[in-house]
Design a protein around this ligand. Structure first.
Ligand SMILES: *[C@@H]1O[C@H](CO)[C@@H](O)[C@H](O)[C@H]1NC(C)=O
Ligand SMILES: *[C@@H]1O[C@H](CO)[C@@H](O)[C@H](O)[C@H]1NC(C)=O
Ligand SMILES: *[C@@H]1O[C@H](CO)[C@@H](O)[C@H](O)[C@H]1NC(C)=O
Length: 225
C-alpha cells in the first residue's frame, strides 16, 4: 500500500499527464487496477488531480493578469514619457522692464520659467519644440504700460508656428497706456515643429515680478502611437 501511495505521489510530483488511474468501472482488469487494491491512495490521486487542475487554472489566470499588468505599465510609461508642459514669463525683476520697441520683428525672450516639463522650451533660443506629434494648447498673454513712440498699437505680438502666424495679439491703445492681450489656441503639431512668439516692429511689452507676459503650452494628447 505504501508503494502505491508513493507511486501516486511521484506521479503528481513530476506533473505527468494522466496518472495511470482509470475509471474502475471502465476496466475489467481488477488485478492491475490499483484503485481496487487501495481505495485510500486512489482518493489521494483524485485529489491530486483536482489540485493540479486548480493550479493550472491559477497559472492561466496569473499569466493573463500578468500580461494585462505589463501592458498597463507600458501604456503608463508611454504616457509619462510624453508629458510636456511649459510656462514662462518675460522676466521676474522687481522693477518694470520693457522689451522693445524695435525697428524690426524680434523673438520675445521669455526668461522666467514656471515649469518646463520635458525641457522642450529653450530659454536660450526662446523656441518651444514639440517633442511629439499631437494636439497642443498654446497661450500667450502680453502687457505694456508705456506708449510706443513708433507704433500706436503698443502691446502686440504674434504666435508663430513653423514661421507662420497662427494668432496675432493687437491691443488698440485706449485712454491709458496700459494695454493687455491674450490668445489661447489648440493646434496640431508634428514632432519637431517650432513655436515662438514674435514682437512685431514698433511694439513694446513690459514686465516685472507680477508676470504680466506669459507664454504657455502643453500637450493635450499625442497623435502618434
Ligand atoms: C504553474 O506554474 C509554475 C511556475 O511557473 C510551474 O512550476 C507549475 O508547473 C505550473 N503548474 C501547472 C499545473 O501548469
Ligand atoms: C533682471 O533679473 C535678472 C535675473 O533675475 C538679472 O539677471 C537682470 O540683471 C535683471 N535686470 C535688471 C535690469 O535689473
Ligand atoms: C509691477 O509693476 C506694476 C506697474 O508698475 C505694479 O503695479 C506692480 O505692483 C509691480 N509688481 C510687483 C510685484 O512689484
Amino acid at each position: 500500500m505504501r508503494g502505491i501511495v508513493l507511486l501516486c505521489m511521484l506521479h503528481a510530483a513530476f506533473g505527468m499527464e494522466g496518472y495511470g488511474w482509470v475509471d474502475p468501472s471502465s476496466t475489467s482488469d481488477t488485478a492491475s487496477n490499483p484503485c481496487y487494491l487501495d481505495q485510500q491512495s486512489c482518493g489521494c490521486c483524485v485529489m491530486q488531480k483536482q489540485l493540479n487542475k486548480m493550479e493550472q487554472y491559477f497559472n492561466f489566470s496569473y499569466e493573463g493578469m500578468h500580461h494585462v499588468l505589463t501592458e498597463s505599465k507600458m501604456a503608463l510609461n508611454n504616457f509619462r514619457e510624453s508629458r510636456s508642459a511649459f510656462s514662462v514669463a518675460l522676466n521676474s525683476n522687481a522693477t518694470m522692464l520693457c522689451f522693445g520697441p524695435f525697428h524690426d520683428d524680434k523673438r520675445i525672450p521669455f526668461k522666467h520659467v514656471f515649469i518646463n516639463l520635458g525641457d522642450s522650451y529653450s530659454t536660450d533660443t526662446s523656441i518651444f519644440t514639440a517633442p511629439r506629434s499631437g494636439v497642443y494648447s498654446l497661450a500667450v498673454t502680453i502687457y505694456s504700460n508705456i506708449d510706443s513712440p513708433i507704433n500706436p498699437i503698443a502691446a502686440c505680438a504674434n504666435l508663430i508656428v513653423n514661421g507662420h502666424a497662427v494668432a496675432v495679439l493687437p491691443e488698440d491703445k485706449g485712454n491709458d497706456p496700459e494695454d493687455s492681450s491674450t490668445v489661447v489656441v489648440a493646434v496640431e503639431l508634428k514632432a519637431g515643429d517650432q513655436v515662438v512668439v514674435l514682437l512685431p516692429a514698433g511694439c513694446v511689452i513690459c514686465d516685472n515680478l507680477s508676470h504680466f507676459n506669459t507664454f504657455t503650452g502643453f500637450l493635450l494628447h499625442t497623435t502618434d502611437s
